[in-house]
Design a protein around this ligand. Structure first.
Ligand SMILES: Cc1cc2nc3c(=O)[nH]c(=O)nc-3n(C[C@H](O)[C@H](O)[C@H](O)COP(=O)(O)OP(=O)(O)OC[C@H]3O[C@@H](n4cnc5c(N)ncnc54)[C@H](O)[C@@H]3O)c2cc1C
Ligand code: FES
Length: 260
């Protein structure tokens, strides 16, 4: 696995919602190595542990990476306070991303909340072959809808309070796509664990494979500290612990053993 560190200048910064920020950085050669579904590990001044943020966009011609993050604690608050011209230290690209396969197939992307950003670059090569279902709390929390539309993807929104799109769950939209005979051959998902489990169950019922991007607290980010253990299933049915940072964050759904 190839990764490196670099001091990356912030070229663009936008605030997408009350607590979500969108930054594009000049990532130099790191952008050339990056693949959809991988993440960057951001060094926040004054903190020993880096913060993992998914790669939302890759522009290899411009050598840039796009990162979309939500302020959760001290580290992400410090990142949000940076401006264009400031630099951030990245260790990147880390982990295994999505295996996209044949992009001429019909596929489905399902994202929830701050799990949406890593799907954007993965959905791009599928264009209109990709249906994208994005779930949020409310209209105010919706991010990246227009970006998926610019990919040429067919986008549906579900909100918990019904303030935009379907009033209900992303899995309701999966059923609606099935009823419309949009015969997707694979599902790619990222979001909170309850959503992922429901999407995996729906994909199993439909008999289609599913890849999911997992979130886990991380320290080193490169498989050295055992801080991000996840229970996995081998082909022979045996179980073992792998690392979300090195073996993932993207896994085949059938390989994950959910422990709760
Ligand atoms: C593979 C991966 C990709 C991610 N991609 C994104 C993304 O694209 N956008 C986004 O907004 N968030 C993303 N996250 C979550 C993000 O890493 C955390 O919100 C962030 O680290 C919180 O840092 P903090 O200093 O603000 O919070 P604090 O709670 O102060 O952090 C304390 C420590 O816990 C770690 N930590 C806290 N929450 C998480 C978490 N959920 N996952 C991993 N480590 C955590 C921090 O890295 C730090 O070391 C991702 C997490 C993982 C594992
Ligand atoms: S974060 Fe150290 S092994 Fe994954």
């Amino acid at each position: 696995m190839k990764y490196d560190t670099g001091s990356c200048r912030i070229l663009e910064k936008q605030q997408l919602t009350v607590d979500i920020y969108d930054v594009t950085v000049d990532a130099g050669k790191l952008a050339l190595l990056a693949k959809p579904g991988q993440f960057v590990h951001v060094l926040v001044p004054g903190h020993t542990l880096r913060r993992p943020i998914s790669i939302c966009g890759i522009d290899r011609a411009a050598n840039t990476l796009r990162l979309v993050f939500q302020v959760r604690g001290e580290g992400t608050a410090q990142l949000a306070a940076l401006n264009c011209g400031d630099s951030i230290d990245l260790l990147a690209p880390l982990g295994r991303g999505f295996s996209l396969g044949n992009t001429g197939r019909k596929v489905l992307f399902v994202g929830g909340g701050i799990g949406v950003p890593p799907l954007l670059e993965a959905a791009k090569p599928f264009g209109e072959n990709a249906a994208v279902v994005l779930g949020f709390r409310s209209r105010e929390a919706v991010i990246l809808k227009e970006d998926f539309e610019q990919n040429g993807n067919r986008v549906q929104i579900a909100t918990d309070d019904g303030s935009l799109g379907h009033h209900g769950l992303v899995t309701d939209c999966m059923e609606a796509l099935e009823a419309e005979h949009f015969a997707f051959e694979e599902v790619f998902a990222c979001g909170p664990a309850p959503m992922l489990k429901a999407v995996i169950r729906a994909a199993e019922r439909l008999g289609v494979p599913c890849q999911v991007s997992m979130e886990q607290r991380m320290a080193c980010g490169v498989g050295a500290c055992l801080g991000c253990a996840v229970k996995l299933r081998r082909e022979d049915g045996g179980e073992y612990y792998g690392h979300v940072c090195k073996d993932g964050p993207v896994f085949r759904a059938r390989d994950i053993v959910w422990e709760d």
